[in-house]
Structures are given as C-alpha cells and as structure tokens.
Design a binder for this molecule. Structure first.
Ligand code: PGA
Length: 258
C-alpha cells in the first residue's frame, strides 16, 4: 500500500433533494462498507441536507466523512445567506471545499477570499480541500503551472507547516470539470508532480511527501484506476459520477486497490 492514504470525495454540487440525498447517503454507506481501511471517503452534500446525511451516517456508524461545499470566513455576524465554519462543524462536517472552480469562475471568488476561507476552515479544526486548476485558454497558453502555483501560493498564504496536516489539494483542470474530457493520466501526473514540488519549496520535502493531492474532472469508473495509479495522484474529487452510487463505489474501490 502507498504511504499516503487515498482520499475520494463526492461533490454533489447543487443536486439532490431531501429524498434523493438520503437514499444516496444510504447507498454510499452500503457500497463502501468494506473499503474504509484502504481509502478515506467523504461526501459533500448541499448545505440543507448536511444534517440529514449526518444523522444517516451516524445511525450506520460509517467512517465516511461529511464535508461542506462552501463556508464564509467570518465566525458570525451580519452576513446574510452565508454559513460559518462552526455551523457546518455543528452539522457533522469534518471537511470543507475551498476554491472550487465553480466558486472561482461562476461566483467570482478571488484567491484572497479563498485564502481567508482556508485559514478559517483550519482555525475551526476542519480539513480543507483546496481546489485549484487552469482554464482551457490558460493551458493552451502554456500557463498551467503558473496558474496553479499562484492559486496555491495565495490559497495557502499564512498556513503554517503544522496546519498542512489539515490540507488536501485537489487539482481540477477547469476544462475537465463536467465536460466529459479528462486529463490524461500523464497530463494529470505532470501537474500533480509540479504541485508537490511547489509544496516542498513552500514548506519541506516531508510536508510535500505527506500532503494528498487528488485529481478532479470527469473521473468515472472507466478512467479512475489509470489516474489513481499515478505516483502523485492520491485519489479524486468526483462530481457527476458521485451522484450514482454504483459509479462512486467503483471509483472508491479503484482508489482503495492502489
Ligand atoms: P465532475 O466534477 O466529476 O462532474 O467533472 C468534479 C468537480 O467539480 O469536483
């Protein structure tokens, strides 16, 4: 088994309703029961269903974790519509996404706001999945490493070496998210390797060797094993395929058998 325990997260995005979120949660418990020792699993349901999923997971004593798709960085106050780290923690979350491309590019979050969220998530005792990735134009202009480096340098500003224990990095090329186009295992490996190199430069080689760097962008059962077998790919963040229990289970198993 490799030294870094793989992580597979299901990002449900703005999908499901009370009924389908519950049945998806039950399905994930059933499908993934036997593989927890080999892979860390989490689902990221929409905020209104966090408590529902949390109570299902608790009643089934599963090791699958629950994460929030977003938080605001302030602890409380007049921020209509926003949700704090403490609130999602109360709802049973141990993980939170920050910097997902849909929040960067659809909602318009800046690197600085994302950094404030990353620091708030860690300060609140949760694990942050920091998502980074280049657009198609940026890749074609040869800016892939530059863009990822900027997003990571700013996203991790003022995050100390010890706090890196609570960071997972998700490399998600924007052109591969929800498009059916996946980075080839070689393309993804090259970017993961350079991200790990940057972490060694920013922290230490030991931190770089320990941090999990997961891949996201049209991961499916048919391509999961070839991606996860790359030396610097430590699992995946799964969007569309995480809404189908069978597909999510197969992807999680592919990570567990690496
Ligand atoms: P996708 O989404 O698997 O549907 O491409 C991945 C993500 O956005 O995390």
């Amino acid at each position: 088994m490799r030294e870094r325990r793989p992580f597979v997260g299901g990002n449900w995005k703005m999908n499901t309703n009370a009924e389908s979120a519950s049945s998806l949660a039950r399905g994930v418990v059933d499908a993934c029961e036997s593989i927890h020792s080999a892979v860390e699993l989490a689902v990221f349901p929409p905020a209104p269903y966090l408590l529902t999923v949390s109570s299902i997971f608790r009643s089934r004593s599963t090791s699958t974790k629950i994460g929030a798709q977003n938080v605001f960085h302030q602890p409380d106050g007049a921020y209509t519509g926003e949700i704090s780290v403490a609130m999602v923690s109360d709802c049973g979350c141990s993980h939170v996404l920050a910097g997902h491309s849909e929040r960067r590019h659809v909602i318009g979050e800046s690197d600085e706001l994302i950094n404030a969220k990353v620091r708030a998530i860690i300060a609140g005792g949760l694990t942050c999945v920091l998502c980074v990735g280049e657009t198609l134009d940026q890749r074609e202009a040869g800016q892939t490493d530059e863009v990822n480096q900027r997003q990571i340098r700013t996203g991790l500003a003022d995050v100390g070496q010890r706090e890196m224990e609570h960071i997972i990095i998700a490399y998600e090329p924007v052109w591969a998210i929800g498009t059916g186009k996946t980075a080839t295992p070689e393309q993804a490996q090259a970017t993961h390797k350079s991200i790990r190199g940057l972490i060694a430069e920013l922290y230490t080689q030991e931190v770089a060797d320990r941090v999990r760097i997961i891949y996201g962008g049209s991961v499916k059962p048919s391509n999961a094993a070839s991606l996860f077998s790359q030396p610097d790919i430590d699992g995946g963040l799964i969007g569309g395929a995480s809404l189908k229990v069978e597909d999510f289970g197969l992807i999680a198993k592919a990570a567990a058998s690496e």
